[in-house]
Design a protein around this ligand. Structure first.
Ligand code: BG6
Ligand code: MG
Length: 216
């Protein structure tokens, strides 16, 4: 185990601007179910697995569905989401991220991905970023969704860094809680009223740079 720091990046809403597409796709599912679903409600879904996101929407509308109906909705949501991101390219990498990855490489600070998404590899491929990460842990590797820290613990093992020496960059409450629960340093990207549990909060990724990371 090494003692300097390593970074674990969330994907949606940190590396790439896909959080808005997840919201659009869930909003359509909620509307079809007759469930009111606002952008504030969507904060509870960020970082959360596909199935748990659906369960939360059903809970919001006090709806009960059979497993078969749930499976159909999950399929429909993902198809809609994939169609929304089908034209995505490097221009949707969030501000400052490409430069930060270059700077981390130059400083030999290792980084991995810790995402709940089962579409993570497809997205990183589209963005030309797939070969940059020392490890990729996504929704296909974990049995427990954030706020469980499983995804980040697997990433820290891949990096061969102790959890206390890992810095997690996240835009979701569930992800911040996951990182905090195992003593990783958490950087929240977004609204400080929502992400107040994070060790550090930045309004958006343009404030995230090597200097900031080094000061931690
Ligand atoms: C997370 C997103 O990264 O991945 C969630 O914040 C999403 O909104 C989850 O539900 C699962 O993603 P996917 O691509 O497997 O449906
Ligand atoms: Mg996210």
């Amino acid at each position: 185990m090494k003692t300097n720091k390593a970074i674990i990046f969330d994907l949606d809403g940190v590396i790439v601007d896909t959080a808005k597409y997840h919201f659009i796709a869930w909003k359509k599912i909620a509307a079809d179910l007759g469930v009111k679903f606002t952008i504030e409600d969507n904060e509870q879904l960020k970082g959360v697995s596909r199935i748990q996101s659906l369960e939360k929407i059903l809970e919001m509308g006090s709806k009960k569905l059979s497993q078969e109906e749930k499976d159909q909705l999950l399929k429909a949501k993902n198809e809609h989401y994939l169609s929304l991101i089908s034209n995505m390219d490097e221009s949707e990498i969030l501000p400052g991220i490409s430069k930060l990855l270059d700077d981390l490489d130059a400083e030999k600070i290792p980084y991995a991905l810790g995402s709940a998404s089962k579409n993570a590899k497809r997205i990183l491929n589209t963005l030309g970023l797939i070969h940059r990460f020392k490890g990729i842990v996504d929704g296909t590797h974990v049995t427990k969704a954030k706020p469980d820290p499983e995804v980040f613990l697997i990433a820290s093992e891949m990096l061969q860094y102790h959890p206390l020496n890992c810095i997690v960059i996240e835009d979701s409450v569930a992800g911040i809680q996951a990182a905090n629960s195992v003593g990783m340093t958490s950087i929240g990207i977004g609204d400080k009223k929502v992400l107040f549990e994070a060790d550090f909060i930045l309004e958006n990724t343009s404030f995230l740079d090597l200097n900031f990371i080094k000061k931690i």
